[in-house]
Design a protein around this ligand. Structure first.
Ligand code: HMG
Ligand code: MG
Length: 316
């Protein structure tokens, strides 16, 4: 295997020395595939991601199987990867989902709220406040069991039905998730409309409301090619957790115009260039996404995967 190229490391000052990548390809990526990926392929994907050095790999969702049929095999998949020496968070929308996850020994769960009424209805069949009420016992029970809880918030910047989302509306739901006991929040730009100034303004408003960048992850979809710029803006404000999806897989079945997440390879390339440690083997990661693209029957949209895969098209 030819070692892939790497950028020259030139630190840019005032940036974190380490960034934790929260890999969402197996969940956010595969939930949006038209064809359901076989369970064994998902398990192999997650194993390869772990082998490439990812330490937090969102594995699946314990949601209603009719709402997201692509992840209906959560019970079959989770035990196949549970022994990996990595964190394997799973999505749970309600107590039924939590029961299913706990029965398999999950130690990290994520609830997922919306900043807008339209998406709360489309994604959870609830108003924003009804969804928060649904999460409350999930978070309380999970915390009592020593389970780590992430609180996602979707539509933090724009919503396909409602347009731009006012910052105070986002802050209110973030506050509610924090008060409920979530250990960390992830700010979702579900449809990829954020730009760096907007990111900085939201982070400042959250900081003012008592939620500092250190308690936040960022979750950028790359619809308009802004995900990397938005990530850099967030890092400059002190965020150290970044969600990304291997090969840029992804989207959301309940939000039109959601495309793939920031590609993990593009993120790792930039972080390596900035001299920020991620512990990830970029060559192995590119090989994993190339392998997965072959399973899905189309090339990865990640620029870094495309640039490097000609140096390593080997499927192993
Ligand atoms: P509902 O239809 O209102 O469900 O859906 P319900 O509470 O009325 O229950 C109806 C039936 O479903 C009951 O069964 C429940 O037991 C069953 P019955 O009594 O009729 O036989 N049920 C379940 N079964 C299995 N597992 C469960 C479960 N819950 C209820 N967990 C619900 C409400 C929340 C369940 C549904 O709307 C749902 O599953 N939504 C999930 C949608 C989803 O997964 N979207 C994608 C993830 S979010 C995302 O991608 C955004 C993110 O990436 C960040 C970003 O980019 O912004 C995170
Ligand atoms: Mg998402």
């Amino acid at each position: 295997m030819t070692a892939p190229g790497l950028p020259m490391a030139v630190p840019a000052g005032d940036l974190p020395t380490r960034v934790r990548i929260h890999e969402v390809g197996a969940r956010d990526g595969l939930q949006n595939e038209k064809a359901t990926v076989p369970t064994e392929v998902k398990a192999e994907f997650i194993r390869r991601l772990a082998d490439a050095g990812l330490t937090t790999i969102e594995a699946t969702s314990f949601v209603h199987p009719k709402w997201v049929p692509q992840l209906a095999d959560a019970e079959q998949l989770f035990p196949q990867v549970a022994d990996l020496p990595v964190a394997l968070p799973v999505l749970v929308p309600n107590e039924r989902g939590l029961d299913r996850a706990l029965a398999l020994g999950a130690s990290r769960v994520a609830v997922f709220a919306s900043a807008t009424e339209s998406f709360a209805k489309a994604n959870l069949n609830r108003t924003v406040d009804e969804a928060l009420a649904m999460f409350e016992p999930v978070v309380t029970r999970a915390k009592a069991d020593g389970v780590h809880v992430r609180g996602y918030l979707s539509m933090c910047f724009g919503d396909p039905w409602e347009g731009p989302v006012p910052i105070p509306q986002v802050v209110r739901v973030c506050r509610a998730l924090t008060d409920m006991g979530c250990d960390e929040l992830s700010l979702g730009d579900t449809i990829g409309v954020a730009t760096p100034g907007h990111v900085v303004a939201l982070l400042a408003a959250l900081d003012e409301a008592g939620i500092p960048p250190s308690a936040l992850g960022v979750h950028f979809h790359d619809t308009y090619g802004q995900a990397l710029a938005n990530t850099l803006a967030a890092l400059q404000q002190g965020v150290t957790t970044v969600d990304a999806s291997a090969g840029g897989l992804g989207g959301c079945p309940y939000a039109k115009s959601a495309t793939g997440n920031l590609a993990t390879e593009d993120l790792v390339w930039m972080l390596r260039g900035l001299g920020i440690d991620t512990g990830i083997d970029l060559g192995r990661l590119v090989a994993t996404s190339t392998w997965m693209a072959a399973r899905l029957g189309r090339p990865s949209p990640s620029r870094t995967v495309r640039a490097l895969s000609h140096e390593d098209t080997e499927e192993h």
